[in-house]
Design a protein around this ligand. Structure first.
Ligand SMILES: Cc1cc2nc3c(=O)[nH]c(=O)nc-3n(C[C@H](O)[C@H](O)[C@H](O)COP(=O)(O)O)c2cc1C
Length: 397
């Protein structure tokens, strides 16, 4: 886990969103971090130090003149920290940090520390759009700060606008992805991933589909983003993600085929993780098919194009990986697919297991390339995705 054993100071400043900092602190602790909190005087008006000292089991730093055994606390804390999160960060605090002011315990700790700094600003939309705030944010980015931008949402003022603090889980995940990406193994690469089960329409209300949830594809997208790649995902339905991701919606196999064809040329790596329907109904009924009088219903199916094989035909210098959902002779079938699809890697998963494959959060995969066969144990889909991305990076090396 990224935050495991990391020393993290969370500075909480005087924003109405300060209550969310308590949840952020708890998540960081759950992920194995040692967390200490420093509150500005305004921050303490919104959430009391008792909340944070109880969560962190450590006194909260509020007063610049606090000492412990004769040691100046903010200097001691500054040396201890690996990361300093300012969540939420007020416009005022951003201004202070951008200008190197140190007139309270929190800002002095910041100035005295060489830790990596991450700020999640939250404020009124006019404050966020103000030239002074923009200037300060630009300066902080230049100084190496990671800025987790506020999102558009319901503000305390009673309307929707940009200025709202993202949810604590999203702040932590976005920071993790962006920090890992800085020295990632796929930096500078562009990767295209398909995810989810396609839907083949019969009539306006019915469709044929499969049990794929898209989890493996989205976990691969996260792992690729952590590795520093620029990621595009094609799936039947876009999802909210904490990190930047280009998302394209394609519902049927034919739509996915067209989207992949279009996007492939912009990418260095292609992973086909979607469960694309092999067949589609030959005819689409523009009216709902009625049951009246029909003793039964026969649906004629035609084959869909093979997206992985098509990507293999247009391969050029691209790295191509595909998933093989198998229920028997997994490695033999995957090896055959490697050749027939002109792929560089096949990731075989045994979908006959109840704890692997469709819908569940765990998977057991075997990574097969021309060079290696690696059978991984059962693990979370995210852990498996990271291993797959690692293997791809090694093959590209
Ligand atoms: C009810 C209330 C809510 C506030 N919410 C915010 C906010 O969300 N963002 C912000 O930048 N300032 C907000 N402020 C203004 C800050 O609290 C004020 O600028 C303060 O000086 C910030 O001090 P600090 O940066 O040392 O924490 C709010 C003030 C009040 C009274």
């Amino acid at each position: 886990m990224f935050y495991q054993n990391k020393n993290i100071i969370v500075i909480v400043t005087g924003s109405i969103a300060a209550f969310k900092a308590a949840v952020l602190v708890r998540y960081l602790i759950e992920q194995g971090a040692q967390v200490r909190v420093s509150l500005t005087a305004a921050g303490a008006k919104f959430v009391g130090p008792l909340t944070f000292s109880t969560l962190t089991k450590y006194p909260v730093l509020q007063d610049i003149f606090d000492q412990n055994d004769g040691q100046v606390l903010h200097v001691k804390w500054a040396r201890w920290a690996d990361y300093i999160f300012v969540v939420p960060a007020t416009a005022d605090f951003l201004a202070k940090a951008a200008n190197g002011l140190a007139d309270d315990a929190a800002s002095s700790t910041l100035l005295a520390s060489s830790a990596r700094k991450i700020a999640a600003p939250a404020m009124n939309d006019q404050m966020w759009e103000n030239q002074a705030t923009k200037r300060n944010v630009k300066q902080l980015k230049k100084d190496g700060w990671l800025i987790i931008e506020p999102v558009v949402g319901f503000l305390a003022e009673g309307y929707d606008a940009k200025g709202r603090l993202p949810e604590p889980e999203d702040i932590i995940l976005q920071a993790q992805v962006r920090l890992l990406a800085e020295k990632g193994s796929l930096k500078g690469k562009k990767i295209l991933i398909t995810a989810g089960g396609t839907r083949e329409a019969l009539d306006p209300v019915r469709y044929l589909t499969n049990r794929s949830s898209g989890k493996m594809g989205y976990n691969l997208a996260q792992a690729a983003a952590e590795a520093g790649a620029e990621v595009t995902i094609i799936s039947p339905k876009s999802k909210k993600t904490a990190y930047p991701l280009k998302q394209i919606e394609a519902v049927s196999a034919l739509e996915m085929f067209d989207s992949v064809k279009k996007e492939l040329k912009n990418n260095d790596i292609f992973i086909s993780a979607a469960a694309i329907s092999d067949f589609r109904p030959e005819k689409f009924s523009s009216q709902k098919i009625k049951k009246n009088g029909a003793a039964g219903l026969t649906i004629d199916l035609v084959q869909n194009p093979d997206i992985l094989a098509q990507a293999g035909r247009e391969k050029q210098n691209r790295f191509i990986a595909g998933f093989a959902a198998e229920t028997e002779k997994i490695i033999d079938h995957a090896k055959a697919k490697l050749v027939s699809k002109k792929a560089d890697m096949i990731i075989a998963n045994d979908v006959s297991r109840s704890d692997a494959g469709f819908s569940v959060d765990t998977n057991q995969v075997t990574i097969i390339s021309k060079k290696t066969v690696k059978k991984l144990p059962l693990m979370s889909k995210l852990a498996a995705a990271r291993k797959i991305i690692d293997e791809i990076a090694k093959e590209l090396d």
